[in-house]
Design a protein around this ligand. Structure first.
Ligand code: RB5
Length: 149
């Protein structure tokens, strides 16, 4: 599994910590920027990571902005992306087991690194339960197919 990682300036420091952690764990990733705390638009970096997922170059994504919210809004514009802002390990577990999240969004101004890493690890390791949750995701796919041509 290859993870696309991206942030804006407000998520840059947390992203750097997440990337170091992924490296140490041996998780394969591609960092799509940004690469400093100079102000940028989160939209541009979310798009880069989402394009990598849609092209099949990466399997899932971790996006970091100030709150995780802007990144989540952009990511969820892409067909097939289920982006979930998570603030703790319970949300991360549910985002995978019930929502089959393929994009974790984090807030660099919300979580310190030591609280974010358990969120990342849980999200990486938890599995989708399928069953009734799959039926619900099918309804979301139906919305995409009906309203997003
Ligand atoms: C940048 O100031 C901030 O708006 C951005 O990082 C993000 O939190 C937006 O949702």
């Amino acid at each position: 599994m290859k993870i696309a990682v991206a942030s804006d300036h407000a998520g840059y420091v947390l992203k750097a910590g997440v990337v170091k952690h992924l490296s140490e764990k041996g998780v394969v990733y591609q960092d799509y920027g940004c690469f400093s705390e100079e102000s940028v638009d989160y939209v541009d970096f979310a798009v880069r990571a989402m394009e990598a997922v849609l092209k099949g170059e990466c399997d899932r994504a971790i996006l970091v902005c100030g709150t995780g919210l802007g990144m989540g809004i952009v990511a969820n514009k892409f067909k097939g992306i289920r982006a979930t802002p998570c603030m703790d390990a319970y949300m991360a577990e549910m985002s995978r087991s019930h929502n089959n999240s393929n994009c974790l969004t984090l807030g660099g101004r919300i979580l310190p690194l030591d609280e974010a890493l358990p969120v990342v690890d849980t999200w990486l390791e938890a599995s989708f339960e399928s069953g009734r949750h799959g039926d619900r995701l099918q309804k979301i796919k139906d919305i995409e197919n009906k309203y997003f041509k």
